[in-house]
Design a protein around this ligand. Structure first.
Ligand code: CR1
Length: 830
């Protein structure tokens, strides 16, 4: 009998499976097998890159096994799952992370060493998976790590962009963008699932069909693009669970039009193919800024439609009743980018599954929850009704119907209040009309959350105020962001991780970050403090070497390293930072040699990308580089100040920079930075922060205490009045700021006219981000930083207390909160 299920076959199967126990020897066998077969190379032509690929494949074999086991048990148990829909996943590199999470780093390190390689060199070969812009995408990556580690049944859904965020080069001080063709070589961290293909439809028209007393809608015609699944396994730390991020890639439905091909129109025949492939070609490079390009809308629908199809297919396998859908499925919308999923699920339920409208809507609204990540008006997504009508003729009908029924309910709540209705409406009544995606997301979700306490309060008081009035406050929650300590301490800062483990006597802190609190007891231990400082110093040396490599400037690792790395944005005020640097430079220059002896040497480090179309942000980069080129070669200031712009800031560069910082700056205008997550990374890595009373800085302050943080500037509740003053009164500029501006205008940092548009933001632009208002207190806070740094012993204590009190900011805490209060899911451990 040729059955696959006979016991002896199963036994054979198990015998031949990849061995579960993996050690140095089995790794080496696997490594060599991959070099020989997967890469078709021999001992004579294995370079570091091939060694990386072979190691990655050996690790991937284990991941796939765990992935399979996890999926199997999740399918068997068939418990409620969460689906995290995010247009961005900023994963960075995978090899080191996988080795550490699987606990294989040491044995594999030994293994490659015996084969003649250095693990660091191998790790360095990997290119970042940079499928995101900034905080939002990195948050999604941290959340996946926590979901896996905490054994939750979870999937991520995203887009497999052929080009991730552009690579930044600095040419003559200006940012230049280059394509990030990260898939140039085989990507071992993805599994193409050529059998998982979903047809996604665009355009066409809608037929209304009357059947008895029922009306149904049929969406037909238009073009069809296929979505192909690529799966990215995400291993948990210290557990066997390995979850999945499914990324969709577009491809044409037909290879090409043979009719046209045979008629000799070759170019037209391949056109469809080219167009379809283009759909997922590129990530839009904007952070906190909406750009209304049709292709972006198509990407959103393509991804949402493919993901929902997949989710619904999985649900249907269990043959449950539709009203159980919300008991089996939670869908989290990472910002409004996937808000069309609400409409798509309603369409599937009503048009395809023939549920009645209200029953369907009840299911939809119990399924979705929505995270808002910003209050900036320019970031609010809205799409022109004509554009949606063209691409998604059935969806626009559903949106209008949803809105009608919603507004009818609102009308009952506030009879006759036309303004209230207009403010709540999903449709903005302009010419043309627009669909407000945040309104759609709120109406279609059972929970809405902000990402830090202040932010969650602000959304309730400002942008979503009317919704709070209508729904009541309970629909709105706070879920303060978090970061994964596995990548952001254990991986990025191995020496600190080791010291902590040794001091605490266990590694449990990596799964329960609140255990770091016990480090407080060691602040009085002199030897411990010495070692703590030695770790920081060696991380600074590592960064100094990196700086020499990339910008060819020598910096002194004994200087105070002052870092601001994040996307360049006016609200984040890198401009204020560089203006402060000019002030510092001029102050030092005016000093006598005796006075100079008292100055704390500083290295001010910037990094970050500007959106290619963001003119002012790009000018900030130019100004930083112009100041750097003057300051860095001025020998009269005796190396007391260096200014560095590190190009192409990304996840793996962050892993080098963050552990090396003494002080980092998080200086957004109060009320503008929803949370920030790099602030958490810096403090966890025992760097102090200089920050405004904004986003998660506030909660970090609460946790680590007054003595261990430098806070300054106006408060969120003062911002409106200050802006009003700039607009309608003649507010004099802060005198120190005025002097700095005059210095730039005198040509001290190159041709003044280059920077005129930047300076105009302070004058004609009415200083919207309130740099002048905060400048004085900013300089004062900087002085306190200098003074504190001089007291070395106290500084180390502060530094230890920073790390010790970061327990709250683990993404594990955040994910547990989501799981318990929004998703209603429980862990399923493999
Ligand atoms: C916020 O600007 C926050 C991340 C993650 C960003 C940042 O403060 O830490 O989200 N917002 O929550 C964003 O990208 C589109 O909005």
């Amino acid at each position: 009998e040729l059955s696959k299920w006979r016991p002896e076959v199963i036994e054979l199967w198990e015998k031949c499976s990849v061995p579960e126990t993996i050690n140095k020897e089995t790794f080496q066998k696997s490594f060599i097998r991959h070099v020989n077969t997967t890469l078709a190379r021999s001992i004579y032509n294995v370079d570091n890159f091939s060694a990386y690929q072979a190691t990655a494949h050996a690790v991937r074999d284990r991941l796939i096994q765990r992935w399979n086991e996890t999926q199997q048990i999740h399918t068997e148990r068939d418990q409620k799952r969460v689906y995290y829909l995010s247009l961005e996943f900023l994963l960075g590199r995978s090899l080191d992370n996988a080795l550490l999470n699987l606990g294989l780093k040491d044995s594999f390190g030994e293994g490659v060493k015996e084969l003649g390689f250095k693990m660091e060199d191998i790790l360095d070969q990997e290119v970042d998976a940079a499928l995101g812009n900034g905080g939002l995408g990195r948050l999604a990556a941290c959340y996946m790590d926590s979901l896996a580690t905490l054994c939750y049944p979870a999937w991520g859904y995203g887009v497999r962009y052929t080009y991730g965020i552009f690579q930044q080069k600095i040419v003559d001080g200006y940012q230049d963008e280059f394509p990030d063709y990260w898939l140039n070589f085989d990507n071992p961290w993805e599994l193409p699932r050529v059998d998982i293909v979903v047809d996604v439809q665009f355009g066409g028209h809608v037929n209304k069909i009357t059947e008895g007393d029922k009306v149904r809608h049929e969406w037909i015609g238009g073009e069809t693009v296929q979505a192909v699944a690529y799966d990215v396994p995400i291993p948990g730390y210290g557990v066997k669970n390995c979850i999945n991020i499914r990324l969709w890639n577009s491809k044409p439905r037909r290879k090409f039009d043979f009719g046209k091909f045979n008629a000799g129109e070759y170019d037209q025949a391949v056109q469809e193919q080219m167009k379809a492939e283009f759909l997922t070609a590129v990530l839009y490079p904007n952070d906190n800024h909406m750009v209304g390009k049709e292709l972006r809308l198509k990407q959103q629908y393509f991804w949402v439609a493919a993901s929902l199809h997949d989710i619904v297919r999985r649900f249907k396998k269990s043959q449950r009743d539709w009203n159980e859908f919300p008991d089996q499925v939670a869908i989290q919308l990472n910002d409004t980018h996937p808000a069309l999923a609400i409409v798509e699920l309603q369409r599937i339920l009503v048009d395809e599954e023939r549920l009645d409208w209200d029953a369907a809507w009840d299911i939809v609204t119990h399924t979705f929850a929505f995270t808002n990540h910003t209050v900036l008006p320019e970031a609010m997504e809205k799409w022109p009704v004509p554009m949606i009508s063209q691409l998604l003729p059935r969806h626009i009908q559903i949106i209008f119907d949803l809105n009608l029924f919603f507004l009818q309910r609102v009308e009952k709540f506030a009879p006759g209040d036309r303004d209230f209705l207009a403010r709540l409406s999903i449709i903005e009544e302009s010419t043309p009309q627009y669909v407000r995606m945040a309104h759609l997301a709120i109406v279609g979700s059972h929970r809405v959350n902000g990402v830090a306490k202040l932010h969650s309060k602000l959304i309730k008081e400002t942008i979503f105020k009317d919704f709070v009035k209508y729904y009541g406050p309970d629909k709105f929650e706070n879920k303060t962001n978090g970061i994964t300590p596995r990548r952001w301490l254990h991986q990025a800062n191995p020496k600190l991780s080791e010291l902590i483990t040794e001091t605490l006597g266990h590694k449990d802190w990596l799964k329960d970050l609140t255990l770091l609190k016990k480090l407080e007891e060691s602040v009085h231990d002199k030897e411990f403090r010495r070692r703590w400082m030695a770790v920081k110093h060696s991380n600074k040396v590592r960064l100094a070497e990196y700086i020499r490599d990339v910008v060819d400037v020598d910096v002194n690792p004994n200087a105070l390293f002052d870092v601001q790395v994040k996307r360049i944005h006016e609200y984040k005020r890198q401009f204020m930072n560089i203006l402060g640097v000019i002030h510092r430079y001029n102050t030092i220059k005016s000093m006598s040699p005796e006075q100079m002896r008292d100055v704390v040497p500083r290295v001010v480090i910037f990094g970050g990308k500007a959106a290619p179309g963001y003119y002012i942000a790009k000018l900030v980069i130019k100004l930083i580089n112009s100041v750097a080129s003057v300051v860095n070669k001025d020998s009269t200031i005796q190396d007391l100040l260096k200014v560095i712009f590190i190009p192409d800031y990304n996840v793996s560069v962050a892993e080098i920079i963050i552990p090396a910082s003494d002080i980092s700056q998080h200086i957004s205008t109060a009320g503008t930075e929803a949370s920030g997550t790099s602030n958490m990374k810096f403090v966890l890595n025992c760097g102090l922060i200089l920050g405004t009373v904004d986003g998660a800085n506030i909660e970090i302050h609460e946790e680590i205490g007054d003595d261990n943080i430098f806070m300054f500037g106006h408060l969120a509740e003062q911002v409106d009045d200050l802006r009003y003053a700039h607009r309608y009164r003649d507010v004099p500029m802060d005198p120190h700021l005025d002097a700095v501006i005059k210095d730039i205008e005198s040509g001290s940092f190159g041709e003044a006219r280059i920077f005129a548009p930047l300076i105009n933001t302070l004058t004609f632009g009415k200083d919207y981000y309130l740099i002048s208002d905060d400048f004085g207190s900013y300089l004062d806070a900087q002085k306190l930083v200098d003074e504190a740094y001089k007291k070395e012993k106290d500084w180390v204590k502060k530094s230890i207390l920073c790390t010790a009190n970061m327990g709250q900011f683990s993404s594990d805490r955040a994910i547990k909160e989501y799981a318990e209060s929004i998703w209603g899911i429980i862990p399923v451990k493999v």
